[in-house]
Ligand binder design. Structure first.
Ligand SMILES: [Zn+2]
Length: 156
């Protein structure tokens, strides 16, 4: 069975590990799919300190915190989410951000669009305060970020 490159659409021989035209790895990631954001890179870049892996993605990491400064101003602020892409450049990404409280209950769940996720750079998106639960006296204790979809971005 031949395999079609998901980035440039060239049909490659079945045994090919990389696309003959654009060089994309044809090895699926943990999600088992040859889709943008879910393909293993042969030499991924490591994320900066403090970044954790995103779900349903390969080499995509996140970190979160208050939009400004080091502490949350209760009830008035959103949440800043920084994304680091250590592999192929992506664009038009959609991520699902889910916040849990100390007991593990989901307090909010919101989809965010990200215009571009260049390789090796940190891109920040914000969860606006109106998406968060009113009572933030016990703020979100843990965040998870999952890649919903993305497109390949032409290499810079
Ligand atoms: Zn290709």
């Amino acid at each position: 069975m031949k395999q079609k490159c998901p980035r440039c659409l060239l049909t490659n021989v079945a045994a090919a590990r990389f696309c003959a035209r654009c060089g994309l790895s044809l090895t699926p990631g943990e999600a088992g799919q040859l889709q943008a954001g879910r393909i293993r890179h042969p030499r991924p870049q490591s994320p900066p300190d403090g970044f954790a892996p995103c779900l349903e993605a390969e080499h995509l990491f996140f970190r979160w915190g208050p939009p400004s400064g080091d502490t949350f101003l209760l009830g008035t602020e959103g949440i800043a989410v920084s994304l680091f892409n250590g592999a192929y450049p992506l664009q038009k990404a959609m991520v699902l951000v889910r916040g849990r409280d100390e007991s593990g209950f989901v307090r909010f769940s919101v989809s965010l669009g990200v215009e571009a996720l260049p390789a090796g750079r940190v891109v920040r998106v914000d969860v606006p305060s109106y998406e968060l639960p009113d009572e933030v006296a016990r703020p979100v204790a843990a965040l998870e970020v999952a890649l919903v979809s993305a497109e390949f971005r032409p290499s810079e």
